[in-house]
Ligand binder design. Structure first.
Ligand SMILES: [Zn+2]
Length: 240
């Protein structure tokens, strides 16, 4: 058999087994990534919330101080009311008092708004914390499962990769690039044996002349339909 075809068959075997090993990990690598991303996201959101809560606390304090000042002013004006001698002075003072009372009401509204915002943010914060804790537990579990499976396969995987590395440099570049392109486009399978006169990759019938060439084994033949390299799996089939 053509040396390059033998090399391609072997490469396909190595790649198929490597794919199987990756398959064994299932969605664990993706799960780990997703949990890590979500935990990071929750953390960032909570940092934003904490900043918001702190800013509101500052606002509440300054508005409370403002109300104290306004209350003191009103108290002072109320005392002055007893001392005024003219209506004009009286009116001026009551206008001031009303103005300050209105300011107190507005400031109180602002405080309530800040408090409401803080209440919501604190609730969201603790929910996110709880959610994060749950995800952290799941992340640890997923990481452990992943580590166990990786450990089970790591030795075999390293061996396969080593063989592949040695093999790949021996395969002519043009064949290798076809192999890689077809493998990518055809669900990982770039080399397929003939099966009942058809390509076992795409199940399309291979024309007689091509089959003859494949059996002769002196050239590299690809499937007209899927582009996979074709070969005879079992020498006994030659008798068919
Ligand atoms: Zn095919």
């Amino acid at each position: 058999m053509q040396k390059v075809l033998q090399q391609l068959i072997l490469l396909q075997e190595l790649d198929t087994r490597l794919d199987e090993l990756i398959e064994k990990l299932g969605d664990l690598p993706e799960t780990v990534k997703t949990f890590e991303k979500q935990i990071k996201n929750e953390k960032e959101q909570n940092e934003i919330r904490i900043t918001g809560i702190k800013e509101n606390d500052v606002l509440i304090r300054s508005n409370s101080a403002k109300i104290e000042d306004l209350t003191a002013k009103i108290k002072k004006y109320n005392e002055q009311l007893f001392l005024v001698t003219t209506n004009r002075e009286y009116d001026a003072l009551t206008t001031e008092i009303e103005f300050n009372e209105k300011a107190i009401k507005d400031t109180n509204d602002l405080i309530q708004q800040s408090e409401k915002e803080n209440k919501n943010m604190k609730e969201a914060h603790s929910k996110a914390e709880q959610n994060s804790e749950e995800m952290k537990t799941k992340l640890v579990e997923a990481k452990e499962s992943l580590a166990v499976t990786e450990k089970e396969t790591e030795k075999e995987k390293a061996g396969l990769e080593e063989k592949k590395k040695t093999l790949i440099v021996q395969i002519p570049r043009n064949y290798l690039s076809v192999y890689q392109r077809v493998r990518k486009a055809r669900h990982g399978l770039a080399v397929a044996p003939l099966m009942r006169d058809a390509c076992s990759g795409c199940h399309n019938r291979v024309i007689p002349q091509k089959r003859v060439d494949i059996y002769k084994k002196n050239q590299v033949i690809t499937c007209d339909f899927c582009g996979r390299f074709l070969y005879v799996a079992n020498d006994n089939e030659e008798d068919e």
